[in-house]
Structures are given as C-alpha cells and as structure tokens.
Design a protein around this ligand. Sequence first.
Ligand code: ADP
Ligand code: MG
Length: 318
Amino acid sequence: MSQQQDNLKTHHEVLKLMGSRFEITAISEKEALAVQAVKAGIDEIRRIEKLISSWDPASQTSEVNRQAGIKPVAVDQELFDLINRAKKISTLTDGAFDISYASMDKIWKFDGSMKTLPDPDLVKNSVARIDFKNIMLDPEKGTVFLKEKGMKIGFGAIGKGYAANKAKSIMLSLGIQNGLVNAGGDLIAWGKKADGSDWQIGIANPKDKEGIFSWLTINEMAVVTSGDYERFVMFDGKRYAHIIDPRTGYPVSETKSVTIICPDAELADALATSVFVLGEKQGLNLINQLKGIECLIVNKDDEIKTSDNLDLNYYRKK
Ligand code: ADP
Ligand code: MG
C-alpha cells in the first residue's frame, strides 16, 4: 500500500432516511472533509425526500396528487425532470414501470394491516387510473397535471436510487474521491476502499438472509435489488409483494428478487422494479438489449438467472 492510501480516513454514518436504513461512507485524507461530506449527503437526501414524498402533505408531489383531474401544478425543475425520466422508463418497459401505480396504494397495504384480499371490482376500478400517458408535463410552464381524478404518483421505485445518485454527486463535488451510499439496499460506490482495494458487494440469498452466495467487484457502479422477501402479505399461502403490475393492479409474485448493476443508481432502481414486473424471460430480454446494464434474477424456484455479460464471483461454503 502506498503512503497516501495509509493516510486515508473513513467516515461512516448509518441512519433512517426516506423510511429506510441509509449508510453513507466518505473516504479522504482529511477526516474533517469526510465528516462534512457525509453531512452534506444526508442534508441532500432530506431535501429530496421533502420534494418527492407522497406521504408528506407539504411536498410538491402531494400537491400534484391533490390536484389530479383538477389543474396543473407548477413544480421545481428537478421534480419535473425526475417525472420526465420516470415516464421514459415507462415507455422503455411498456408500462411495467409506472409511477402512477400509486392509485393502488389505498387498496394494497404491506404494513400488516390487510386482513383479506381486496375486492376484485375495487382493484379493477383503481387500475383504470394507472397510466403514465396521463401524466401531462408542460415544459414551457413547468407544470405537471394528472389527467384523471383519483390518479396519484409515487416515487417508491425510483426515489432511493435518485437520492443515492444525488448524495454521491454532492460528496464528489466536495472532493470525496472514494465513497459509498447505501440507500436501503440500493447502493452506489465510487473510487476504492481506504485500504486501496475495490468495493465488493455481496448478493444475498432470499432463502437465507444472512448467507452470501456470490459477490461482485464494483467500480463506479450502482447495485440495486428489488425483492419480495421483505415487504409482502400472505393470503391462502400465496405471497403478495409490494410491487404492483400496473396492467392488472395485482402484486407480482413470480420472481423472488431482481438485482440491477449499472453506473446510475436511479436507472438501476427503476429497472429492478421493471424487471420484477416483467418477469424472468421478458426482463432478461430487455436488459440484454441495454448496453452497460446487467441483471441477476432469483426466480421462484430459487434458481439464479443472469444477463449475458454479468461477471459474477461465487462464494463456496466450506
Ligand atoms: P424496494 O423498495 O424494495 O427497493 P422497489 O425499488 O422495487 O423496491 O420499489 C417498490 C416500491 O415501488 C413499492 O413499494 C411501491 O411504492 C412502488 N411501486 C410498486 N409497483 C410499482 C410499479 N409497477 N412501477 C413503479 N413503482 C412501483
Ligand atoms: Mg426500484
């Protein structure tokens, strides 16, 4: 190890943000800078949460939802752009990803409060309100308008990835050349660890939460997993996960988890949810067409399926 690497200090904080466990790490020769950068990253994530949260009645997102079917709402350029990118992913995935899924969130609850399956008619009525094409963006006026009454948008499948990207940017701009932001399992890493080695990410096995069966060496990469092993409800022995198929209004249960690896955490977040909805065959098909984006799927039989160019290391238990 060089002298310089020996002098590197790691500052690390773990805290709850956006309803999830975040871990923020900055590595620098100057410890004070690392501390300052982690704080800046945390402030940035809090700022984004205020803008995009659909639970916080004071957010611009909540105002857009309240005015659904009534009138367009002027929003910050940042929110406008995020919605615009989300709509592009909807187009790319043929509607498997759709931030207007959120009209279903009164029907499906994954916090333990649901005791029976929802009335199929109710599901049918709500699913009719999901359609990204009815999220109207006016670039001149900088407004968002949800065309139908009862429509609602939510950033549950893209917000943590976006926040991770932005926290990384702000830390980089402060001079942090090596760092990691883990946004509730959605992570982005840049540079190297303090000892000069590469960041490595274990891929957890849904059968055994503590066990790690494979890992990836990641350079300037985001690794994001959508899985049904944390938030789900069970009815009649069937598992309903918190990712909704916008075409049916029902949770998807075919796949156990989807991991996306690419340089952009926001894109990885959105695509992990998309592939989860699309399922193994269609999902891998999509990812194999996208340059620089790789994918790992654990299917319902606990088999691992990967995209064509994924370079995975396996850990063998002794
Ligand atoms: P996790 O929260 O486990 O990281 P995801 O990134 O896949 O998982 O996000 C799941 C969340 O995204 C759900 O809790 C919900 O808020 C939202 N969501 C569910 N279905 C969809 C969908 N088809 N398109 C966009 N967002 C969705
Ligand atoms: Mg996601």
